[in-house]
Design a protein around this ligand. Structure first.
Ligand SMILES: [Fe+2]
Ligand SMILES: [Fe+2]
Length: 366
């Protein structure tokens, strides 16, 4: 976990919200559940990697299990291979569950237990989220977003504001949002990735400001995202909790495609409302980030898709390219939470210039 490196300057934003933000929400509660959710996704990713590697290693002995195989020298399976493996796995799970479990027989049981324990801690959060993220709620959330006035400020001021809100209830907290933003951006920069990619690292979680504006709780700010308006995938974490969602029994929304159509493209799909969607809409409106950068922001919590390969039947060709970008970003989001301090004031000039490069308006409506 990172330690705090506080910025000495304070936000000069125009506060238009009716209620003082500090009275409304305690930011640490949000960060605590967000860290737990992230931890679950790290453990889940480890299990997934083990499963794919086990399947890849055993393909020579059971060629009928796999749709096609990647080259022998390939260490990381290609996207197409991973997608076809998941589809085949789904098919086998339906037809012949004991063969499907062959994929998972080589997984370290300790790792699985660790994953289950972490899940226990986040289960109640997902029970609430899965019950409340309905189509009706999502339409209302988007109307609120477009019609209400919140704050007008620069991107850097927004980062400082979020940082302040998230840790103001305990000055000794180890949780710091600006640290995660800088760690992610610096890891991307260290790998000589393009400047727009670095900026995505810096701002990808800025949408958590939503928690202090219009959200109803933590469930509509953080956590994995998923489409609403069609059948909830079994690949979403705790899929059984969707039985409490009113849309679960609605014939308009509970079929495979629901209100969408086959390969309609994720641009047309309504993803559960949270910090990803909120920040995506702001970045889309105010920034010149390329489509890959916008996709990284919009889909970074869409783990059922970019990690579990669910909903591939809603993807169009454009989404295949976006998936590669989102997967590239995800490694930095998951693994950059290291115990390293950055001097915010030292890095600030570099990132102010970076923000100016892609946010030409400078002062924007959050
Ligand atoms: Fe996030
Ligand atoms: Fe993040």
């Amino acid at each position: 976990m990172s330690r705090i490196t506080k910025s000495s300057s304070s936000s000069t934003s125009t506060q238009k919200h009716s209620k003082p933000l500090s009275e409304k929400r305690q930011g640490q509660v949000l960060e605590h559940i967000d860290d737990e959710v992230l931890n679950v996704n790290v453990l889940r990713n480890n299990l997934k990697t083990q499963a794919v590697q086990a399947a890849t290693a055993s393909e020579t002995n059971s060629s009928t299990l796999l749709p096609h195989t990647p080259p022998k020298e390939t260490i990381t399976p290609t996207l197409e291979y991973e997608m076809s493996l998941q589809e085949k796995s789904d098919q086998l799970a339906d037809e012949n569950w004991h063969i499907a479990t062959e994929y998972y027989k080589n997984i370290d049981t300790k790792a699985f237990r660790q994953y289950e324990l972490a899940c226990d801690r986040v289960k109640s959060f997902y029970e609430e989220q899965h019950a409340k993220q309905t189509v009706a709620y999502n339409i209302q959330a988007r109307i609120n977003f477009k019609t209400k006035t919140r704050d007008t400020m620069t991107v850097w001021q927004a980062l400082e504001k979020l940082n302040k809100l998230l840790d103001e209830s305990d000055p000794d907290t180890e949780l710091s949002q600006i640290s995660h933003a800088l760690q992610t951006a610096e890891a991307i920069r260290r790998d000589n990735k393009p400047r727009w990619f670095q900026l995505v690292g810096l701002i990808h979680d800025l949408g958590k400001l939503l928690y202090f504006y219009d959200s109803r709780g933590q469930w509509d700010v953080v956590g994995d995202t998923f489409p609403v308006g069609c059948k909830f995938s079994k690949r979403i974490i705790f899929p059984d909790s969707f039985k409490s969602n009113p849309d679960f029994l609605n014939p308009l929304y509970n079929t495979k495609y629901g209100i969408y159509s086959k390969h309609c493209g994720l641009d047309k799909v309504m993803l559960s409302w949270g910090h990803d969607e909120y920040m995506f809409h702001i970045a889309q409106k105010y920034s010149t980030l390329p489509k890959e950068g916008l996709a990284m922001i919009r889909y970074h919590s869409f783990y059922p898709w970019h990690q579990e390969m669910a909903y591939t039947y809603l993807m169009d060709d454009h989404d295949k390219e976006m998936l590669k970008a989102v997967k590239a970003f995800n490694q930095y989001d998951l693994y950059s939470k290291i115990d390293q301090e950055y001097d915010v004031e030292e890095l600030k000039p570099y990132y102010l210039e970076l923000i100016d490069e892609f946010f030409p308006d400078k002062v924007i409506d959050f």
